[in-house]
Write a protein that binds this ligand. Structure first.
Ligand SMILES: *Cc1c(COP(=O)(O)O)cnc(C)c1O
Length: 384
């Protein structure tokens, strides 16, 4: 039997100007955290997301931690987060001494449930961290409404959703005066809350190897994050440290790869969307398979195409992972509910998270997958 090619869940495409720009850093010896690519990457990423500022960091977890620190959230405070997410969302809150309050997800979006947010707001709640899981935005219209009503900050963990969009149904405050005509405009995730946090890990929509970014429209906050990122050093005053900061800087090498990746981000996002549509067209109407969220107010970028496998499908999720593995196809189960992990154990019930987590599977979604590769996966699933 002919061995079929290996199909990974995600792999980066570095075939553009990446090598060229990295060589430039090496030849010029600007390989540390100063250099032209850092400013360029920050400027261009802010423009892409649609915010005034972007602050680069050494990875996505640092981006979240830096943002939460700069917002002065810490011991005694609570931050509401979804129970279904990668652990870095919760850990970045814990690092500051604040407590993550876990909230169940919504059946339709697989993201934090706005109704359940309201029930979990306490005197100590300072912020809501939304996570745009697997590329589909959280319900930002309702969440921003709740945040305004209860005077909470909104932190967007957009690590999995570069380029995903939300159709906002409230007037957007623009620097120009024509906000009336912009009433129902589409906005990219990471530009809606107080801050947006991105990751450029190797499997994310664009990569810098390791890397992260915080986007914001708040100038003071951006300045504060730049200080905290650089050991708390006051700009223009060498070795004068005003506060306890971190070394969370991105290197010029990372930023060089980032600039090259940004040149192709629209191509990557469009390809992900195409792959998502192709899977969904072919997997719809199969009993026991739930397709990923596709709300009409949202544009899913299908970072990783994901489905739920449940009865009456003849195999369980874990059995399907095994079958695909034998065919040289890599998949992943969904994240565990945070409430089931030792650092965040809870006796509360999170029924939707638990069901989605136990039945969810990530399928190969790399931008270089060909139609025939996807068809091979679809055929295996259909034959079951
Ligand atoms: C990848 C990811 C992060 C963390 O990013 P790193 O760059 O790996 O530190 C945070 N949150 C979510 C939801 C992620 O998927």
């Amino acid at each position: 039997m002919k061995i079929q090619p290996f199909l990974p869940v995600a792999e980066p495409d570095l075939s553009g100007n990446e090598l060229n720009y990295v060589s430039n850093c090496v030849r010029s010896t600007w390989i540390s955290s100063k250099g032209e690519f850092i400013d360029r990457f920050e400027r261009q990423f802010a423009d892409y997301v649609g915010t005034k500022y972007a602050v680069s960091t050494c990875n996505g977890t640092c981006a979240l931690h830096l943002a939460i620190k700069a917002l002065e959230i810490g011991a005694g405070d609570e931050v509401i987060i979804p129970d279904l997410t990668f652990i870095a969302s919760a850990n970045s809150v814990s690092f500051t001494g604040a407590k993550p309050t876990l909230v169940d997800i919504d059946n339709n979006t697989w993201n934090i449930d706005p109704d359940k947010i309201v029930r979990n707001i306490s005197q100590k709640t300072r912020a809501i961290m939304v996570v745009h899981l697997y590329g589909h935005p959280a319900d930002m219209n309702r969440i921003m409404g709740i945040a305004r009503k209860y005077k909470l900050l909104v932190i967007e963990d957009a690590a999995e959703a570069h380029g995903a969009e939300v159709k906002l149904n409230y007037p957007i405050i623009q620097s120009t005066n024509n906000s009336k005509s912009k009433k129902y405009s589409w906005k990219k995730v990471g530009s809606i809350g107080k801050v947006g946090c991105f990751s450029f890990y190797g499997n994310k929509i664009i990569t810098t190897g390791e890397g992260g970014m915080v986007t914001t429209n708040d100038e003071k906050l951006a300045i504060k994050m730049r200080i905290l990122r650089d050991h708390g050093q006051k700009p223009g005053r060498r070795y004068y440290h005003e506060v306890i900061g971190f070394n969370y800087r991105m290197t010029n090498l990372q930023a060089a790869i980032g600039v090259a990746q940004l040149e192709r981000i629209n191509e990557f996002v469009n390809r992900k969307k195409e792959i998502g549509r192709y899977y969904s067209q072919n997997l719809k109407n199969i009993p026991g398979i739930t397709l990923p969220p596709a709300e009409n107010w949202a544009k899913n970028v299908y970072w990783i195409y994901s489905i739920l496998i449940d009865k009456p499908f003849p195999k369980t999720r874990d059995e399907l992972i095994g079958i695909l593995k034998q065919e040289n196809i890599e998949t992943r189960p969904f994240f565990y509910p945070l409430n089931k992990l030792p650092p965040y154990l809870s006796s509360e019930r999170y029924p939707i998270t638990e069901r989605v987590s136990a039945t969810g599977i990530n399928l190969p979604s790399g931008v270089n997958l060909e139609e025939k590769d996807i068809l091979r996966i679809i055929e295996i699933i259909k034959n079951i």
